[in-house]
Design a binder for this molecule. Structure first.
Ligand code: FAD
Length: 154
């Protein structure tokens, strides 16, 4: 059977106040629900929370990504989910993540400032290439933090 091409959709949305109150708990709840569902739908991706914004990349078969985005966009934990980029891509950027979510830390902020020196964080205005680099860097940092935690626990 031919392998379906990978489709990637990146959107930004405003985090709802109800979610802001305990963002960590909200992210845990979203990730816990998403990992098995995304694995089943062959979707990989990354969710970043920063300064009142969610930015999420979803990649996988086009129909699965679009169906999931429709469900996510209707979720009351955020609003005004706006696709920033979407289309077929050569390969997955977040292959190792059925779902990875991260609140940006001070270290991530330094990366963000380097990539986007113009200041205020507004993902709808950051150039697409810069946003992709930010997401890829955040995923990489998250991977290294998890690896370090695992080696400390071993
Ligand atoms: P249910 O879980 O029964 O949800 C029913 C309705 O309640 C839906 O409208 C849902 O949006 C809403 N809802 C669910 N939990 C809560 C809650 N704690 N507080 C308020 N409303 C709630 N799901 C994935 O499978 N994969 C993802 O990658 C993914 N990413 C997400 C990213 C963000 C920023 C957000 C906010 C949600 C994400 N979700 C993701 C969850 C997704 O929006 C749906 O909750 C999920 O698809 C299940 O919806 P459901 O209708 O099948 O079932």
């Amino acid at each position: 059977m031919p392998i379906a091409p990978t489709y990637r959709l990146i959107y930004a949305s405003h985090i709802a106040p109800v979610c802001q109150d305990d963002l960590k708990a909200a992210l845990t709840s979203i990730v816990t629900r998403s990992i098995p569902a995304n694995r089943k739908a062959r979707i990989t991706g990354l969710l970043v929370a920063h300064k009142g914004w969610f930015v999420q990349a979803l990649e996988g078969p086009r129909a699965a990504v679009e169906t999931l985005f429709t469900a996510i966009a209707a979720d009351p934990r955020h609003h005004h989910a706006l696709p920033i980029s979407q289309g077929e891509v050569d390969g997955r950027l977040f292959e190792q993540w059925s779902m990875c979510a991260r609140m940006l830390t001070a270290n991530d902020e330094a990366v963000l400032s380097a990539l986007n020196p113009k200041g205020a964080f507004d993902p709808t205005r950051i150039p697409e290439r810069t946003l992709m680099r930010l997401l890829a860097t955040v995923a990489d940092v998250h991977w290294r933090v998890l690896s370090e935690q695992q080696s400390l626990a071993a």
